[in-house]
Design a binder for this molecule. Structure first.
Ligand code: C5P
Length: 201
């Protein structure tokens, strides 16, 4: 029987790390839904129409390393405000969620829109400063030329756009359990997530 774990939260809160670890722990498949929006954003930066890009997205489009750049992240959050772009990506995400072997999906609207009936919903968050510091270290490690102040501005701008858009805004589902990772190590955050999921299985 399928079992879906929905993990939402703002940028660089630790969703991706927790999602991968939880999927490995339970032997579930994992979909980082941010990659879908990043892939559409990248195509739009290259001149494509957003809705056409979203409707014709192929799994191979998600494997591009350049999707992890700040420019693509910004473009992703801009295309993500369009209802027609979001609608074009729903079926793929719901099919993934229904995999019989169990699935972890992480994003912004998994618990509220994509999988409102998921038996476990986590909302992973952290202070903007903590998230900017983490993202800064990650980008510096990959050789990107960024400043902490610039990354903090980008994180806040993306948060604002994600929280205040009309369609599928970033908001915890009523039945989501929040994990604030600001003062947790990765191991502690993952242990907390596993504990919550175990209570729902
Ligand atoms: O999670 P990530 O930072 O890769 O997501 C990039 C952008 O894609 C987010 O800022 C958000 O605007 C959008 N997104 C979304 N819904 C999702 C996942 C990502 O709107 N489920």
């Amino acid at each position: 029987m399928s079992f879906t774990i929905a993990i939402d939260g703002p940028a660089a809160a630790g969703k991706g790390t927790i999602s991968k670890a939880v999927a490995a722990h339970f032997g579930f498949a994992h979909l980082d839904t941010g990659l879908l929006y990043r892939a559409v954003g990248a195509k739009v930066l290259a001149g494509a129409d957003p809705v056409v890009a979203a409707s014709t997205l192929a799994p191979s489009d998600l494997e591009d390393d350049s999707l992890r750049t700040p420019a693509v992240a910004g473009a992703a959050s801009e295309v993500a405000v369009h209802a027609a772009v979001r609608d074009a990506l729903v079926a793929f995400q719901r099919r993934f969620a229904a995999r019989p072997d169990g699935a972890v999906l992480d994003g912004r609207d998994i618990g509220t829109v994509i999988c409102p009936d998921a038996p476990v919903k986590l909302f992973v968050t952290a202070s903007p400063e903590t998230r900017a510091e983490r993202r800064f270290q990650e980008l510096i490690g990959k050789g990107h030329d960024v400043t902490l102040a610039g990354v903090l501005d980008d994180v806040k701008a993306r948060d604002d756009r994600d929280r205040n858009r009309e369609v599928a805004p970033l908001v915890p589902a009523d039945d989501a359990v929040t994990i604030d990772t600001s003062d947790l190590t990765i191991a502690q955050a993952v242990a907390r997530a596993v504990e919550i999921i175990d209570q729902h299985r």
